[in-house]
Design a protein around this ligand. Sequence first.
Ligand code: ACO
Length: 437
Amino acid sequence: MTYDKKTATNTFTVTDNSTGKSYDLPVIEGTVGPRVVDIRKFYADTGCFTYDPGFTSTGSCSSKITFIDGDEGILLHRGYPIDQLAENCDFLEVAYLLLFGDLPNKEQFAQFEHDITYHSMLHEQIQRFYSGFRRDAHPMAVSCGVVGALSAFYHDSLDFTDPYQRVVAETRLIAKMPTIVSWAYKYSIGQPFQYPRNNLTYAENFLHMMFAVPCEPYEVNPVLARAMNRILILHADHEQNASTSTVRLSGSSGANPFACLAAGIASLWGPSHGGANEAVLNMLMQIGSKDRVGEYVKRAKDKDDPFRLMGFGHRVYKNYDPRAKIMQQTCHEVFDELGIHDEPLLQIAMELEKIALEDDYFIEKKLYPNVDFYSGIIFRAMGIPTSMFTALFALARTTGWVAQWLEMIDDPELKIGRPRQLYIGQTQRDFIPMDKR
Ligand code: ACO
């Protein structure tokens, strides 16, 4: 079931005990999920702001793209469960679904795939932009810089008010991200950039640009391409998380789409968000062997120790992250294909998961493995270096960011995002000249 515009169906009464006044706030119901209390007129009516650091109880927009039930461990894109999409779809089918609302038929898919494929080359001058970076620059720094710089190269798709320019920007961003990210890797290892190949799928093309060299033919391993396709789908969108909210907030001012996406990449980089996949692998290497897992679980539970189990816990999921389950299965498929049977990091990860899932601390706090827990181990097995993990996440999430940005632009309720605050600083005071301070 979907419906077009939100309607208040009920009210929620709050009473200000200092004045005894009561206020009826409209309650709006979505198609599924918690009801929301509409507080848009709250300040005008009551003179109070609401206070919600970290936005744990705040809906920032209405959306038809992704639904998460964190208690049940459910993730739906446009109504379709993530496991069905990951099992059956090409990544570009999911991209189409996120962008346009329905899965494409054969003709729609062929057209969309063609449009994406034929926009995957970068303006040749962007190569020179890469050479301005140090070779040891983090691929997220490079990706963030290059995506932001697209606004300096593609002037004909910056006007967000023009629907045609929006389509061009959307196509360019999704099409060029694999090229941008793989070139960040090639630059870091000093190999020549590989141009995209139009006969390959989105996932195959990315692997090709990462691992091919001009001196010999490169055959994409179909099992690895399937795994990459699935990983891209699992990371494609996740509702109003930090980076998506950053894209929306940046876009709410009318900033161009390339600048908004660069802001999203910057937000994703943090270790509490997309940077966690890199942090997981570093943590597994730090643990070093299966018999030290208990020691690290103990540290994670110690209030005086800042150590946390990376890849565990989630703001929304208070159950097993449905993406983590598929990731675990993909991990075993990749390892079987590559004939890796005793990878120590996988053994450590499985032991860690087992111990943590049985531990009262993790059970009580509802801390389960999240999507990042297994992705790093798979990437490593594929030959992708740790520093590239979050950039790969950014590549996959670009579709979600673009879909959310487009939805926001079309929303008649769009306003520039402008949160308020609880001010706890000095009240007004008079200036004191320096010699009297
Ligand atoms: N290890 C140990 N303890 C943890 C962990 C963890 N990974 N995660 C949360 N906790 C504890 C906290 O110490 C806190 O305990 P307290 O109530 O006694 O103070 C409680 O569980 C709740 O944690 P919060 O940090 O308040 O929960 P929040 O929703 O703000 O944070 C987050 C969620 C950031 C994901 C957190 O679980 C974490 O840091 N996890 C590790 C990093 C990670 O894997 N991030 C990836 C998230 S998925 C993604 O972005 C794609």
